[in-house]
Design a protein around this ligand. Sequence first.
Ligand code: LMR
Ligand code: SF4
Length: 511
Amino acid sequence: MEKFKESMYKLIVETSTNLPNDVRRAILQAKQKENAGTTAALSLGTITKNISMADDKVSPICQDTGMPTFEIKVPVGANQIEMKKAIKEAIAEATKNGKLRPNSVDSLTGANSGNNLGDGTPIIHFEQWEKDEIDARLILKGGGCENKNIQYSLPMEIEGLGRAGRDLDGIRKCILHSVYQAQGQGCSAGFIGVGIGGDRISSYSLAKEQLFRSSEDVNPVEELRQLEDYVMEHANNLGIGTMGFGGEATLLGCKIGALNRLPASFFVSVAYNCWAFRRLGVVLDANTGEIREWLYKDGEEIKFTQDEVAAATEAKSTSREVVLQAPITEEQIRDLKVGDVVILNGALHTGRDAIHHHLMDHDAPIDLNGQVIYHCGPVMLKDEAGEWHVKAAGPTTSIREEPYQGDVMKKFGIRAVIGKGGMGPKTLKALQEHGGVYLNAIGGAAQYYADCIKKVEGVDLLEFGIPEAMWHLQVEGFAAIVTMDSHGNSLHADVDKSSFEKLALLAEKVF
Ligand SMILES: O=C(O)C[C@H](O)C(=O)O
Ligand code: SF4
């Protein structure tokens, strides 16, 4: 097994940087559905450009490299203790080399372990089988889409859809609702794995396991096959679209499994995965640990090369483009309207969960008057000369800052925040009162945005860990869309409302 650790390192790097072929094909199909020039088409253009940049640079597709979860099948007698040790070493090495972001945080102290190791990280499941080879699969599922997982307990009332009973039609309602409630926050268009039955835990596990099925396979259970097809067709009519901007592509894959249940329980669990659906696998020689075969790499590999991407973006957006540079005035902000594209040059400061919590009752480390805050937890590497470099830097889900955002903007005179998935009524009101704007960047496009960052000026509050620190950046040509303006308009509220109306049209019994 001398090659096992090296093989696991390769699996980790490849999973973080190179999307599987079935996922690429699903994204291409989504792109072909959107009309050129729409926000949805432009967003998908950014996504495919990002995929191709991650390929070229062998860098993380998204800055949130997720919870590493390994599913490993081993022959009887394989030494699982040694394998676990080798996997942990490979994880630490991939983190040190900027292929994974340090993502393991002590839940009580908030301390980041810095190497992706800690209680419960990584997750490794072993199972014995009769074959004499090892099958090792890895999924890197990020926190934003993980937060959109949902579990239903039937029978229940589901908003918009009414009573959901303990039958296939009740399950149908749960699944449709799960897609609606995710909106764009899990970086739609997404993939879902659904677990029916079991207990609360095994139901969720089954849902996550479904994500290991190829997006293109056919469910061998006829009722579930029909349900999968139904969900794919109807969830895509909700009009949530890429990033929740509205559009044709909302769901890229739906895989459903069932377990027996207790007479008293009936759970339906949904694991939501963003478009950056990073899961790969390898078949290994059980004696040497060497890779014999890669999984999820069959069929055509869509490369999303620059030419193809250029063609998609040539169809120019009809949106107004506004170039801004901090410090930004209230007048400039009041001029912006939902749908405008802002191109930002100059200073940008990151701030996410820990920073917002901190700023409520502390001074800011720098003058934030007229400045722009970026909800982002980047992957950073320090070189030998002690200089920091950005390895991946896409936006994080903004709604987590909803309790703080308005107050923090007013307290420090911040004029704009950039994030993804939108924010709620409290922030919208504050934007109106204070003269602020919310800009939506394309979630998961971590290479695309890293490329816009020309310099790291410095960092404050690094004690919160790399993702949570306040990084002071210089950017050039950083594009984001105004989705909440200072006049009370919110694209997110509009898409939520219209998708809810479409959801309610699906209340009638189907199965
Ligand atoms: O932690 C992050 O960087 C992002 C997260 O995956 C999210 O989607 O909000
Ligand atoms: S930022 Fe978006 S693409 Fe990245 S892990 Fe989170 S949900 Fe997925």
